[in-house]
Design a protein around this ligand. Structure first.
Ligand SMILES: Nc1ncnc2c1ncn2[C@@H]1O[C@H](COP(=O)(O)OP(=O)(O)OP(=O)(O)O)[C@@H](O)[C@H]1O
Ligand SMILES: [Mg+2]
Length: 463
């Protein structure tokens, strides 16, 4: 295998796998955070300063050494896997998972100037090249939607930044119209953003416009280390809602039979999953950025948020009981992505230049720790629909027991048959607002079947 083809593909000990196109193979068991390192080339300013590359990527292995050696899920660039494969290897499985109802997060981490914005493609300009993770995700989502005519899709996007511990809505063009955005806990331990705009988009071009407009509003500034330095953490969120008829009936099940009903055939399944695409601001040293005034204050806040993120990574990696999510807005927003309901990829961006060795070593150390974090992704279904599916299963089990008991009795069960006929003729109405009705109907049927079972059991005892 050539060096360019290397990379830690596959699924080991609950790690994210590369799914088959159109399918994701994630189980709902714990799933480790997938960590990739992206080594950018030396940039002009580093070349002019006569910097040398200090990173060694082990041939054929996702392993980097800079004094100490670390192993990751993938290493792109710097002699590792070709960076063009980053999307296919790391992000595409998450997009497939999104269509199966799994939340996903991709976040880029690293010092200022290490290539996070470049890698994520978050400074996307609608007329420019579609480079980076976010433009590729947009393309993949709409390609899949257009090839699937059996499902009703709704796609919404949100774009916020955390700037100096304030959350700003990047979809509100007029700063005077900005309203307060708050992080709220939701049932099940996750978080959501109250007060943030969500725009429904119907095409890749519309989504790209939203990204480009929001990027223009994002706080950026020039520092001694990066001419276009991100001065905020930016979070682009895609919400995918799907409604589709539950297809097919198990082989052998008759139309209109209990089996068919138990499978939920003809019912609508509703999935809703989110994908967070996060371009963090980079850690920086004042001595090197030469930041003053506002830039300096921004730099201090950026470092504070990243320190809190580092503490959360440490606590999760060490399995501590208390994880300090509440120490910063950034860590609260990433609460689900790190240790929660999400399939997550962390892309650690590093510069190979000797001048950045300390910061690079720091990034590599945190990235290696993040590989120990376990998440618990679950399929995000409408809870009412899920409950109905569960009740259907219980009903089918009770009916099957009913049949067995009748068989054992082998006698006069005409009365029970008669009453059962009336349940089957009840019919199940359809439409969005009748889920509760269906639910009650199922509960009634289940209780009735359970009652019948009790009566059959009594008759059996007395035989
Ligand atoms: N893989 C790459 N190939 C070529 N140039 C790159 C690559 N990654 C980054 N660069 C260049 O390096 C510079 C810094 O990149 P970028 O702005 O993405 O860094 P950053 O990590 O987002 O920094 P900050 O934290 O300050 O926002 C840019 O000029 C960018 O074009
Ligand atoms: Mg940036």
């Amino acid at each position: 295998m050539s060096v360019l083809e290397t990379g830690g593909r596959g699924f080991l000990n609950g790690r994210l796998t590369e799914d088959q196109p159109g399918e994701a193979s994630t189980s709902e068991a714990d799933c480790k955070v997938c960590v990739a390192v992206h080594v950018r080339p030396l940039i002009d300013t580093e070349a002019v300063e006569g910097c040398q590359s200090t990173l060694q990527v082990t041939a054929g292995q996702p392993q980097i050494s800079c004094g100490q050696s670390y192993t990751y899920d993938h290493v792109f660039g710097g002699g590792g896997t070709h960076p063009d494969l980053l999307y296919d290897r790391c992000v595409m499985p998450l997009v497939h998972g999104l269509f199966r109802g799994y939340n996903a997060t991709v976040f880029a981490y690293g010092q200022t100037g290490s290539g996070k914005t470049y890698t994520m493609g978050s400074a996307f300009n609608a007329g420019g090249p579609a480079r980076g993770v976010i433009p590729k995700v947009m393309e993949a989502i709409f390609a899949r939607i257009s090839s699937n005519k059996d499902t009703g899709f709704t796609v919404r996007v949100g774009f916020v930044e955390i700037h100096r511990e304030d959350i700003r809505d990047l979809l509100v063009l007029d700063p005077r119209a900005q309203s307060a955005v708050h992080i709220r806990e939701v049932a099940g331990g996750g978080v959501c953003l109250a007060g943030a705009t969500e725009k429904e988009v119907g095409s890749q071009a519309e989504m790209a416009d939203v990204l480009a407009q929001g990027s223009l509003l994002r706080a950026t500034g020039s520092t001694g280390m990066n001419k276009h330095s991100s001065r905020s953490h930016a979070i682009f969120t895609i919400t995918l809602e799907q409604r589709r008829e539950i297809p097919g009936v198990a082989a052998g099940a008759e139309s209109g039979s209990d089996d068919e009903e138990a499978m939920g055939a003809g019912e609508t399944e509703y999935l809703c999953a989110k994908m967070h695409l996060v371009d963090l601001a980079g850690s920086e040293r004042v001595k090197r950025t030469k930041a003053e005034g506002t830039r300096l204050k921004e730099g201090i806040d950026i470092n504070k948020g990243l320190l809190a993120l580092g503490n959360v990574i440490n606590a999760l990696a060490e399995g501590k009981a208390h994880v300090p999510y509440r120490d910063s807005r950034l860590t609260r927003m990433l609460q689900d992505s790190l240790g929660g309901n999400s399939r997550t990829v962390m892309i650690a961006c590093v510069s190979p230049a000797d001048i950045n060795l300390d910061e690079t070593a720091n990034t590599l150390r945190y990235a290696a720790r993040a590989r120990n974090i376990s998440n618990k992704p679950v399929v995000n279904r409408d809870p009412v629909v899920a409950q109905i599916a569960h009740l259907r299963q219980m009903l089918a089990a009770a009916r099957s027991e009913n049949q067995t008991l009748k068989h054992k009795l082998g006698g006069d069960v005409a009365q029970l048959e008669g009453s059962r006929g009336t349940w089957d003729s009840a019919g199940i109405p359809s439409g969005d607002d009748i889920l509760a009705e269906q639910f009650e109907e199922l509960q009634r049927r289940h209780s009735k079947t359970e009652l019948d079972n009790a009566s059959l059991r009594l008759q059996l005892v007395s035989v």
